[in-house]
Design a protein around this ligand. Structure first.
Ligand code: ZN
Length: 196
């Protein structure tokens, strides 16, 4: 079976002192999207970049910016990330008391909306959100740092979600994030991931 797989290159491991150039280079290397990890030092231990940096690197690529918000109460900042040039904004289920409202708001701005879940969150919580999102992101590691090893139980979760999407006839992105490497990429694709 032929599968349509998209690659989102993460800039988390880039040299932040020349981020624009690095974004340009991963774009030219052939990725489909640029994956940008935003961390607030509260929802996750680490702090990365915010909307002002994203707006500065926006001119370095015409490819979609896939912005992954690992921040508490993301609704407060949606306007800023839209203005910075995000094409897709993913919020965390665990970080938002009213995810449907926020997903709706993201879409109302003409931007695609995604929902992410941490390794300890069961996949079933997403069933009531399927009508409101264009992307589901499964964290294969506990978010906060790059370079971690995938937690094996998350592969099972990926399969459950893939089945759930088929059952509801939803053709949306099923993205995996954290510890993806040339060794496990085949397993992830065979388990249902279509955005890596
Ligand atoms: Zn991410």
């Amino acid at each position: 079976m032929k599968k349509n797989i998209n690659i989102a290159a993460s800039i988390l491991s880039a040299d932040f002192s020349k981020l624009g150039k690095e974004v340009y280079e991963v774009d030219k290397a052939g990725c489909d999207m640029i994956h940008i990890d935003v961390m607030d030092g509260s929802f996750v231990p680490n702090i990365t970049i915010g909307p002002s940096v994203i707006s500065k690197i926006r001119p370095f690529s015409k490819k979609p910016f896939d912005v992954h918000l690992m921040i508490n109460d993301p609704a407060r900042h949606i306007d800023d990330f839209v203005a910075a040039g995000a094409d897709l904004i993913t919020i965390h289920y665990e970080a938002d008391k009213h995810p449907i409202r926020t997903l709706d708001y993201i879409r109302s701005k003409g931007v695609k909306a995604g929902i992410a879940i941490n390794p300890a969150t069961p996949p079933t919580v997403l069933e009531s959100l399927l009508d409101y999102c264009d992307l589901i992101l499964i964290m294969l590691v506990n978010p906060g740092f790059g370079g971690q090893k995938t937690i094996p139980s998350q592969i099972e979760k990926l399969k459950v979600l893939s089945k759930m999407l088929k059952k509801h006839n939803k053709q949306i992105f099923l993205e995996v994030d954290g510890g993806v490497n040339p060794k496990n990429i085949k397993t992830l694709i065979n388990s249902g991931a279509n955005l890596i």
